[in-house]
Design a protein around this ligand. Structure first.
Ligand SMILES: Nc1ncnc2c1ncn2[C@@H]1O[C@H](COP(=O)(O)OP(=O)(O)O)[C@@H](O)[C@H]1O
Ligand SMILES: [Mg+2]
Length: 292
């Protein structure tokens, strides 16, 4: 049985690692991007890529980034994953987990409802309310794209006039305004990589500014999590059934807060500071799920 790896770029670092790990385990695989999929209703194959009938020929799909696209493209991609899942295909991560994680409001709301500490955050389509929230949150906030990643577009704002201009332009382009209190973190944070409710590796990301994404130039350092942080990471991933998760934790003066759970985390930076082969761990997990 083949495994499908859905990736924009089969030669990206993480996808290459996955392909190598699959080859090492003698698991045949096929890599493709979403635009190569075709869906059918009323006649078969219900989903195919070229001459591969997904439901007949693949045992599981591993989703690397769901990708950028128009709302229509993204919704269609999710619809296909949901249908494949309904028809019995193993999808990792599940479309539900992907959907929760991709939306920075949804994920934090779920975590808060289940008792996980998260930063105070306000989300609105209304500029005046956003300005109120800017002050409620102490006049030092991070404005983030609701569906962003890799730190792109996240902006620290301390000036009400700048805040007002940003909020107006966001609403003009029909973006939702997402404002979060700035959490002092000493320019470093924790990334915990969770597979099947276990932290397989973690790192401290040390930056020269407040954004600590590896893709923004932060330096990974090996770190061992204490029990509290480990539990926080595992619980956050588990609450949304995110089987492969990158959990970002800021250590604020008031204690740790979870800022997001990534359902399609890369691991290049993390791999450079851990002996655990993360791609192997992912493949072993997929094999164990297939045996269930
Ligand atoms: N509320 C915050 N206060 C301070 N720094 C933050 C805050 N939120 C995010 N950051 C920093 O910005 C980075 C990116 O934010 P994050 O919410 O993880 O979004 P992304 O999906 O872009 O990685 C984080 O790793 C962290 O370093
Ligand atoms: Mg992040």
């Amino acid at each position: 049985m083949k495994i499908g790896v859905v990736t924009r770029n089969r030669n990206s670092w993480s996808s290459t690692q996955l392909r190598k790990a699959l080859a090492k385990h003698n698991i045949p695989h096929v890599c493709f991007s979403f635009p190569r999929l075709t869906a059918r209703i009323g006649y078969k194959p219900y989903l195919n890529i070229g001459n591969i009938n997904i439901l007949d020929e693949l045992g599981a799909l591993l989703i690397r980034p769901i990708g950028r696209g128009s709302l229509e493209e993204i919704v269609f991609r999710m619809d296909m994953l949901y249908r494949l899942q309904r028809l019995g295909l193993l999808i990792i991560n599940s479309p539900e987990a992907i959907e929760h994680c991709v939306d920075k409001y949804d994920i934090l709301a779920i975590l808060e409802d289940k008792g996980i500490p998260v930063p105070r955050t306000a989300v609105t389509e209304n500029v005046d309310e956003a300005l109120n929230a800017f002050h409620e949150l102490g006049g030092d906030v991070v404005v983030k794209p609701l569906f962003g990643s890799r730190g792109i577009g996240a902006t620290r704002v301390r000036d009400p006039e700048v805040a007002s201009t940003i909020f107006r332009s966001l609403t003009f382009y029909h973006n939702v305004i997402y404002i979060q209190e700035f959490v002092p973190h000493g320019f470093s944070d924790i990334r915990a990589f969770v597979i099947d409710n276990r932290v397989v590796a973690a790192m401290r990301r040390v930056a020269s500014s407040w954004k600590t994404n590896y893709s923004q130039g932060a330096r990974p350092e090996p770190t061992l999590l204490d029990n509290m942080l480990e539990e926080l990471a595992v619980k956050s991933a588990k609450l949304i059934e995110c089987k492969i998760a990158g959990v970002d934790i800021l250590e604020s003066p008031k204690g740790p807060v979870v800022v997001e759970v990534n359902s399609q985390p890369g691991w290049r930076g993390l791999q450079s500071v851990t002996r655990v082969n993360i791609a192997d761990e992912i493949v072993n997990f997929v094999i164990s799920e297939l045996k269930k």
